[in-house]
Design a protein around this ligand. Structure first.
Ligand code: ADP
Ligand code: GLC
Length: 487
């Protein structure tokens, strides 16, 4: 059985700021179902340790890494059989709330030290130096927080294989030169071809330069990040490594996101019995104090940051509200987006609902209760919300980029028989507005609308097939490294 250490800074339901957490839970589980021994490594955030205590956990080993005493707690990812290791190091991880930022929304001053230590522990487990009776054949790293692991492993001849997955190239883990010294990284790494990025230390470059293979979360994004427009300064490096780079579309947890059984919903529905979706909409309107009338209800869920095109959304909303649309917005993020959204909610009582904050159950009810779901992201590595919406018969309107382009088909391109949503190419509020208006026009035609909904609901979004693609990639890496593949 192939053993994989899956290293991540978030995992649902223990700690989540975005889609990385969802993927980090469902991909390892899907791989375990394929008989891979995948074990997850996560920092010991207080909520995660608390949850682990409830599920049952044991402290397995304790050792010194530099000035820090580190303990490894072993538990299971709640509701699954997947083994989860927590890196308990209170001075670095015993901080409440967001895993990367303080209460004022600023990055923790010592993030480089926190994720350097996390990486060192990952590398120790990978090399069998942490005192566990388990050693992986392969280490799967995710995003910049794990970028130093392939660097630490590079010096070992008999190291496991390494994969680095880019969930979002915009977050690179950049730190000043002083930090590079403070982490005591060898001077030889301070080069453009290695960890230096415009005079800064780049954690993500560790993953991109040193891992055996690089993946990202959609084929579209894999192509885009090799261009200056979407490459965030790393497109040259990614072009250089294009033979090692592949895009594998994310799946979703079809048990957590299932309109037939979703515990967050008062009414359930499915592809061939959509009637209750209208009840979900009425419940949502009641819950949020919106006028009780038929749609169209337009929704948005997400981090309120530049990536998500929230400024285009805000600019497009007044005209759509004037046309009689209702809006349901759930998210949190930067004040420059929260303030104008609050203002719109004040101006349009009963027609627009704004929930600032993070609310998993409401996200499910919103996804079920809306007619349209807007995702005007400037760039989107994969995007999970459009897939959740498609599965819930809620038609997405998206910017045609990254994973959004790979998952949403517009009737203008494929015809109504094959379409499942609407997409626009121009990067502007006007283009979003035009696509939304096209959607609203089609909404008037019940037969065509049902067709769109059903097309979206019929697609298989599960991880099963996609996990197989990761499994083949793992096999290929191990073969290339010429390691014994099976016990
Ligand atoms: P990203 O990872 O870039 O934020 P994704 O679409 O991949 O975007 O994933 C976002 C995930 O976070 C989805 O599961 C979405 O439902 C969830 N989410 C984002 N903001 C909120 C919120 N305010 N409340 C509840 N869930 C949220
Ligand atoms: C990132 C991306 C998002 C993707 C998620 C999971 O946060 O922004 O597009 O779906 O990771 O891979």
């Amino acid at each position: 059985m192939i053993r994989v250490l899956y290293v991540t800074s978030e995992v649902f339901p223990l700690i989540k700021t975005g889609g990385l957490a969802d993927v980090s839970a469902s991909l390892p589980e899907a791989l375990c179902r394929l008989e891979y021994d995948v074990q997850i490594l996560l920092p010991g955030y207080p909520d995660a340790l608390k949850a682990a205590r409830k599920t049952g956990s044991s402290q397995r080993v304790s050792f010194q890494v530099g000035q820090y005493t580190v303990s490894l707690w072993q538990t299971r990812l709640p509701g699954t059989a997947v083994t989860l290791w927590l890196v308990d190091c209170p001075p670095l991880f015993d901080r409440p709330g967001n895993p990367y930022k303080n209460e004022e929304g600023k990055d923790w001053w010592d993030n480089a030290h926190r994720f350097d230590l996390f990486g060192q522990v990952g590398a120790m487990i990978a090399m069998g130096e942490a005192g566990l009776d388990w050693k992986p054949d392969l280490v799967h790293c995710n995003d910049w927080q794990t970028g130093l692991i392939p660097v630490f492993l590079e010096t070992y001849q008999d190291r496991p294989g390494t994969v680095f997955t880019i969930h979002n190239l915009a977050y690179q883990g950049l730190f000043p030169h002083d930090t590079f010294h403070a982490l005591k990284l060898p001077d030889s790494l301070w080069r453009l071809e290695q960890l230096e990025f415009f005079d800064q230390l780049s954690f993500i470059k560790g993953g991109l330069v040193f891992s055996d293979r690089i993946t990202t979360v959609s084929p579209g994004y894999a192509r885009e990040i090799q261009t200056p427009e979407f490459g965030h300064g790393l497109d040259g490096l990614l072009r250089h490594r294009q033979q090692a780079l592949t895009g594998i579309l994310n799946g979703i947890d079809t048990r957590v996101w299932n309109p037939e059984q979703d515990p967050a919903l008062a009414f359930h529905y499915g592809q061939d019995h959509l009637k209750n979706k209208a009840h979900c909409q009425a419940s949502l309107q009641l819950e949020l104090g919106l006028e009780l009338k038929g749609g169209p209800v337009l929704g948005f869920i997400g981090r309120l940051v530049e990536q998500k095109g929230v400024d285009w959304l805000i600019a497009a909303m007044p005209e759509l509200l004037e046309q009689g649309c209702q809006f349901v917005i759930l998210g949190s993020g930067e004040a420059c987006y929260e303030e104008p959204l609050k203002e719109l909610a004040r101006q349009w009582p009963g027609k627009m609902s704004l929930t600032l904050g993070y609310n998993e159950a409401l996200a499910h009810r919103l996804t079920a209760g809306c007619d349209l779901f807007l995702m005007p992201s400037r760039f989107e590595p994969c995007g999970l919300n459009q897939m959740y919406s498609l599965r819930y018969g809620t038609v997405p309107v998206v910017h045609r980029v990254g994973g959004l382009a790979d998952t949403v088909q517009d009737p203008q391109d494929v015809g109504i028989d094959k379409a499942n949503g609407f997409s626009f190419t121009g990067a502007s509020a006007e283009s979003l507005l035009d696509a939304s208006k096209r959607a609203l026009q089609l909404f008037q035609n019940t037969k065509h609308w049902r067709q769109l909904q059903k097309n979206g609901m019929a697609i298989d979004y599960s991880w099963k097939q996609r996990a197989r693609t990761y499994a083949s990639l793992y096999q290929r890496i191990l073969k290339e490294r010429d390691q014994p593949q099976l016990d």
